[in-house]
Design a protein around this ligand. Sequence first.
Ligand SMILES: Cc1cc2nc3c(=O)[nH]c(=O)nc-3n(C[C@H](O)[C@H](O)[C@H](O)COP(=O)(O)OP(=O)(O)OC[C@H]3O[C@@H](n4cnc5c(N)ncnc54)[C@H](O)[C@@H]3O)c2cc1C
Length: 384
Amino acid sequence: MLIDCHVAILGGGVIGLAVARDLARAGVKPTVLLERQAAPGQGSTSRANGGVRAQWTTRCNIEFSKFTIAELVRLQEETKGLPGFIQAGYLFLTGTDEGETALRQGYELQRSCEVPVEWLSPKEVLERAPYVRGEGLRAGTFCGTDGLVDPHGVVQALRNQAITAGAELRFQTDVTAIRFDRDRFLLSTSRGEFRSQWLVNAAGPDAAEVAAMLGVEIPVRPVRRNLACTEPMDGYPAVIPMCVDRDTGVLIRRESGGFLLAYSDPREAPGRDTNFDTWFLEQVAERIGNRFPFLFNAPIDRKKCWAGLYPETPDHHAIVGPTPTHPRFLLAVGFGGHGIMHSLAAGRAIREIVTEGESRTLDIRPFRLSRFAEADLTVETAVL
Ligand SMILES: Cc1cc2nc3c(=O)[nH]c(=O)nc-3n(C[C@H](O)[C@H](O)[C@H](O)COP(=O)(O)OP(=O)(O)OC[C@H]3O[C@@H](n4cnc5c(N)ncnc54)[C@H](O)[C@@H]3O)c2cc1C
């Protein structure tokens, strides 16, 4: 049986769901999402830390976050709090010359984009976060509109809204081959054949394999990232900002009465292993004392340690928009460690390309695929 659709979306993570919801809301029908797992959001999305921030160092990343944050507030209202969005802020800390200069540059760019970020002296940092080690601290930045979501809640909210708006979500549907024939994409799947006018690649860490089915090469590679949680710890506020030690790359937040610890080792090679790497705990132990020594001997809850894949690109920017060889093969891929916080912007951009011929609300030129061939890359440096 051959099923015809206007848009086929390949991948039912947070990105595919955001795209499906926006297209369906714009009246694009049939919009069909194809996902190989039995439920939405089981890939990278299920492993995310849930951080949401506009404190980035490139204008395009800031704008994607700003748009998504505003939409998350709306989603929160529309779904009675399902995304669990708490605007507890992100607090960046530095005690080095280089860190202070970089933080200042980021702060000025963010302010110029109307992000309500504040510059904090060491005294102001400690007033806000007395658990931080103040010795040698030079400065901090804080943005109170940043915060945390529950990734599973975001998935549920988007899934519900996508279905209500008329999108068709098909699970246990593994796309195994794609052909372009007579102006249509033909998709072979474990559940029959689909034919579509538009095809959206939202396959997360598998995006390069999916693009390769159409002979398109994209530089998206999976990279493992680990997280660990401590046992419950009393004596600290129930909610704290996401605290980021810019000098070591360690970040912490509250989780289930304890603390969640994260650190992205820049030396981790691309790969598909999603087993938690116990070596991560050693890496964190070496660094955590710099700003969070109260966690140095904190007992780790081994049941609450996990790993997942960042769908990474060389410049830490996503790839959003058409492919030069197939203008109706759209990419919404390579979101690294920020796919949740850029999801709703990606959904809007893809929707406008389909319905209006171009992304009007958001400037997606910096996210175009051809930037790699043109060697026109700006590297995002606030990568966690
Ligand atoms: C440890 C960790 C912490 C993170 N923390 C944050 C954070 O704090 N904030 C943030 O914004 N982001 C964070 N991220 C990043 C975020 O999780 C990802 O960027 C985001 O989930 C990517 O979403 P996606 O929809 O592109 O990919 P996925 O969620 O992986 O979805 C892709 C889907 O495509 C499906 N698929 C692939 N190939 C096929 C095929 N051939 N046929 C059918 N289906 C297919 C897969 O099954 C999968 O469900 C974190 C990630 C990790 C691993």
